[in-house]
Ligand binder design. Structure first.
Ligand code: SF4
Ligand code: MG
Length: 328
């Protein structure tokens, strides 16, 4: 088979302040083998930064990022090179991430060459195999990126990530730049590949609609903080953080008569560099009280595997039309 199966332990990711930008402040989660953890939040919340920290494309200034028990944050460059083979990324813009002067064959061969995988003949064989695995044709290897549609280019980006047999792929908004009609195809492909090769995904998205089917667990971020993390079922059926409730209320429902009450957040998104005091969400939260301005809520247990950072989650009402609809 194309991808070997590696024993993957549960990895732990704990990252802290990144350089001068307080994009990711205190984020902690783990991802199991074959699991998809969705990381969701508005732009600027630190989700892409978190994804890049996992791959050490940017260096964390503290905290811990572990992969199969090995520390990434403090690994030497040589150790990091070896680990990179198992950690890959798929970018939001499949066009910008493919070199326009390289053929698809060269684009797919490059990561194998970098990691010393296979002979030239084996790599050429594998390029054909990779193209078929992502739903393209072996003869596409001779073409250039501009000859493909957006969806096909994202398939090429996925094939490039698969070329080195990774364990974990950070999918950084992989379908946000694609037509809605193409999005489901790419998400389905990612799901098929996950089953086939036992991949783990950190799937970054800016809304809860796109990750509803692919995720096993969902982590919601706001201004560099994790505000809620739960199994998918629990998160969609019983969203406890007011920000999660607002995100969920924004998902349109196709069925007539089952409209959610949209929770509109007022106020601009504050800067992550100068986040509000206390609960960072207090400037936009419909339930904010005096305590929220001064006291930062800790992530607290709200059920098995369910953690929420809100002082009042136990007593807040579930908004109409959000959870009720999801429970059906
Ligand atoms: Fe809203 Fe206060 Fe809870 Fe923050 S702590 S989410 S401001 S109710
Ligand atoms: Mg981003």
């Amino acid at each position: 088979s194309l991808v070997k199966h590696f024993p993957v332990q549960r990895g732990v990711v704990i990252s802290r302040t990144v350089g001068q930008v307080r994009a990711v402040d205190d984020v902690s989660f783990d991802i199991a083998r074959g699991e998809t953890l969705a990381l969701v939040g508005e732009s600027g919340c630190g989700k892409s930064t978190t994804g890049r920290l996992v791959l050490r494309l940017i260096a964390p200034s503290g905290g811990s990022v572990q992969f199969k028990g090995q520390e990434i944050a403090t690994a030497s460059d040589e150790q990091m090179r070896a680990m990179r083979r198992h950690l890959q990324i798929i970018f939001q813009d499949p066009y910008a991430s493919l070199n326009p002067r390289m053929t698809i064959g060269d684009i797919l061969t490059e990561p194998m060459a970098v990691h010393g995988i296979g002979s030239p003949a084996e790599r050429a064989e594998r390029v054909k195999e990779l193209l078929q695995v992502v739903g393209l044709l072996p003869e596409h290897a001779r073409r250039y990126p501009h000859q493909f549609s957006g969806g096909q280019r994202q398939r090429i980006g996925i094939a490039r990530a698969l070329a080195v047999q990774p364990d974990l792929i950070v999918c950084d908004e992989p379908v946000s730049a694609l037509d809605v009609s193409i999005q489901a195809q790419v998400v389905n492909l990612l799901q098929d590949l996950q089953k086939r090769f036992g991949l783990s995904y950190l799937f970054i998205a800016h809304d809860l609609a796109v990750v509803k089917h692919i995720s096993d667990r969902v982590a919601v971020m706001y201004l560099g903080k994790l505000v809620e993390i739960a199994d998918k079922k629990a998160l969609y059926a019983r969203p406890l953080h007011p920000y999660t409730q607002a995100l969920l209320s924004a998902i349109p429902r196709p069925e007539p008569g089952l409209q959610r009450t949209r929770i509109l957040l007022t106020g601009d998104v504050p800067s992550a560099m100068h986040p509000p005091s206390g609960c960072r969400f207090h400037t936009r939260c419909p339930h904010a009280q005096e305590r929220c301005r001064s006291e930062e809520p800790a992530l607290r247990d709200a059920g098995p595997g369910h953690r929420v950072a809100c002082h009042f989650f136990e007593t807040l009402p579930l908004p109409a039309g959000v959870a009720a609809v999801e429970r059906q």
